[in-house]
Ligand binder design. Structure first.
Ligand SMILES: *Cc1c(COP(=O)(O)O)cnc(C)c1O
Length: 414
């Protein structure tokens, strides 16, 4: 999708470049010294000399994970073999790990099940939402600017359920809602621009229209408070390899609000979501609770890597993560203003905190070449077609010194 972003010119402050640079370097030292989350960085294995600002694509490796994977492979699989489904807790891992994710996204236990990819969970959630909404509602709304997989799956979900899919821009959702709306699939944070949407307000508007809200939390879970229960979200999905650091392809999760669980009718009713999976009966009787969102045999190796990765959240509150995330992104913009020649980049991400996720996107000519040069100099962000530089800030392992260096190297490259 090629579209124009609303952007803001990034211009120098009144102090001038040299003074600004000195101020940034000194400020980074002060901010790092006062950072309560700084100690979490030791929990991650990050290569020396690298500033990693791509945790919104693939989170860094928590140090405890390789040892755990070794144990799972050698002992639980190699020695205990099939006994591990019970004795090592493999069978119940999807619910157990769901309950570890719950506090991070503001959900009481028993509403999140881990497994499958985000794409698959989007399909389950959206079809189930349409079924919950009833037969007299024939329209599904989807964010027209969404990550492509969400749009593809929404189209198929609409076709399968005989509904009409209506892509709308997030700011048009309120006007598009009506008595025909069955379900709305929205992103909490836009993956390109880093714009944070009003989950409480939009969920309330969807409910007022009598429809169900399905939220994709890929770019918000682990970076900012979501408040699934507090805001009465109906269904939600998210991935675990971005801000939750679960590892490449780690399983996603599905949230089914307790009030919907008894009527949640999955379009993928696999045997592990059955009330009595080992009864091997020909007819499907769904399990109670979020378990009915399960499909097939869980991918245990990546699931247990994720479980260990979630250990970095012990004693960490999402509010302090959000506070640091905002401080990091504010500081990055400040340093870019101080270092980068005026007019060379434009800010795509909103300045207002209530509209900002945990990334800064900058529009820039030759963005692909610029990002390649940055990565060659140890500053890893990513490039989104056609002209966006994307920098993700994971508060558990990114410090203010990293931010200052990233902005300085960006200026050198430009
Ligand atoms: C990362 C991301 C996905 C990824 O889906 P997979 O099935 O894990 O490949 C989906 N939607 C959004 C909005 C994302 O940011």
């Amino acid at each position: 999708m090629s579209e124009k972003y609303e952007t803001k010119a990034v211009t120098h402050g009144a102090e001038g470049v040299a003074h600004g640079a000195e101020a940034c370097a000194a400020k980074a030292v002060r901010l790092d010294a006062a950072d309560e989350l700084a100690k979490s960085r030791e929990l991650f294995a990050l290569p020396d000399g690298v500033v990693y600002l791509d945790g919104n694509s693939l989170g860094a490796l928590p140090r405890a994970v390789p040892g755990r994977l070794q144990d799972v492979a050698a002992r639980e699989w190699g020695e205990l073999l099939i006994r591990s489904w019970d004795e090592s807790g493999w069978w119940t891992a999807p619910e157990r790990i769901g309950d570890l994710i719950s506090p991070i996204v503001g959900a009481a236990p028993g509403q999140i099940v881990v497994g499958d990819s985000t794409s698959v969970n989007i399909f389950k959630a959206l079809v189930a939402a349409v079924r919950l909404a009833g037969n007299d509602r024939d329209e599904i709304l989807v964010d027209a600017t969404t990550f492509p997989t969400d749009g593809y799956l929404a189209e198929s979900a609409a076709r399968m359920t005989g509904r009409t899919l209506r892509p709308v821009r997030p700011e048009e959702v309120r006007d598009a809602l009506g008595p025909r709306t069955a379900a709305v699939l929205l992103n909490h944070v836009d993956y390109r621009s880093g714009r944070l949407y009003d989950l409480p307000g939009l969920t309330a508007a969807v409910h007022e229209a009598g429809a169900l809200a399905v939220w994709d939390l890929c770019h918000s879970a682990g970076a900012l408070p979501v408040g699934l229960d507090e805001h009465s979200v109906d269904l939600a999905v998210g991935c675990t390899y971005k801000y939750l650091n679960g590892g490449p392809g780690s399983p996603a999760y599905l949230y089914v609000a307790a009030r919907h669980q008894a009527r949640f009718d999955s379009p993928l009713p696999g045997w592990t979501g059955h009330a009595n999976p080992f009864g091997m009966t020909p007819e499907f009787t769904p399990a109670d609770g979020a378990t009915r969102g399960r499909v097939g045999t869980p991918d245990i190796l990546s699931m247990l890597a994720l479980e260990t990765a979630l250990g970095v959240w012990e004693g960490v509150g999402i509010d302090s993560v959000r506070a640091k995330s905002l401080a990091l992104t504010d500081f990055f913009v400040e340093c870019v203003r101080a270092y980068v020649p005026a007019g060379r980049v434009e800010l795509v991400t909103p300045s207002a905190h209530v509209e900002r996720g945990s990334q800064i996107a900058l529009r820039c000519d030759d963005a692909g070449d610029v990002m390649r040069a940055l990565i060659a100099r140890g500053v890893v962000g990513d490039f989104r077609h056609p002209d966006v530089l994307r920098f993700g800030f994971t508060p558990l392992y990114v410090g203010f010194g990293d931010v200052e260096r990233a902005a300085r190297v960006l200026a050198e490259v430009l």
